[in-house]
Design a protein around this ligand. Sequence first.
Ligand code: NCD
Ligand code: ZN
Length: 350
Amino acid sequence: MPHTFVKLARPDDWHVHLRDGAALRAVAADTARVFRRAIVMPNLKPAVTTVQAAAAYRERILAALPADTGFDPLMTLYLTDATSADEIARAKGSGFVHAVKYYPAGATTNSESGVTALSRAYPALAAMERQDMVLAVHGEVTDPDVDVFDRERVFIDRELTAILRDFPGLRVVLEHITTREAAEFVGEAPGTVAATITPQHLLYSRNALFSGGLRPHLYCLPVLKRESHRQALVAAATSGSPKYFLGTDSAPHAKDAKENACGCAGCYSAPAALALYAEAFEDAGALDRLEAFASRYGAAFYGLPQNRESITLQRVPWRVPEALPFGDATIVPLRAGEELRWRVGAVVPA
Ligand code: NCD
Ligand code: ZN
């Protein structure tokens, strides 16, 4: 008998893009409805590089939400060549900045002001190690000579290994892992190293990007990989290891920016995220491991309290809308127009 009902501690999203302005007001509730907390990415324009900017952004996020959601945005700073040890100390002291995000310059959306050479970030990384501030990593090299599908693997060899060697006390989250190599590297690394995994990388291989034609809404970075990698990610996520936890990388872009001759990278997974993870875990015969992945391991890694509220999933099929409002534009969510197996119920108070 398949399960018809699953109750789990309320989950957190350890990697999300909430954007700003009208886009923020359009998407924030889709995350806050389900997730109690989320690590909010700092790749705005301009990037969130200071504690002061992070504080103001945090207020804008809270102002975009109904007062009663109880959602706690966990802020991040955007690491640049110029990030100072003082800024890291201020971040630690703030109580609301929980990670610093490393984008190799040019690796993805709004990463122009990212780190241009790893060595330039060393003073900031040393300060983070001293202050016990988490480093969240977009793990792809930007070297144009490296094949797009190899950029994560090469990043591990060229950069991540050096970071762990030179800063053994630094806690590092390798974000949105997409390869067997990344899953294995994290699995074998010390307990200071963890990874987030997105719903799309658990559910789709790169074949889906080209199935019946080009599918811009499945294009994200790091790009989907071959099926054997997807299987390795499912095995990691459902292994029961506390090193892998939920991070949707929900990354909204307007429909016309995705369906474009030069389409933006990012999947808008927030409206369906928990149901999508439930599908992936159920298909792997591991629904009983969803709660720890979605609601326990991330908080433990970040050193934050466990959530006491619960949430339910019911086997009540529903159809994801074809499009949703996005300021003056529209946005196409992941699985648009398709049916999902699981519906998320109301939050159950502690
Ligand atoms: C993200 C975005 O749009 O901000 N895009 C994506 O494909 N994941 C940036 C990122 O996390 O790489
Ligand atoms: Zn992201």
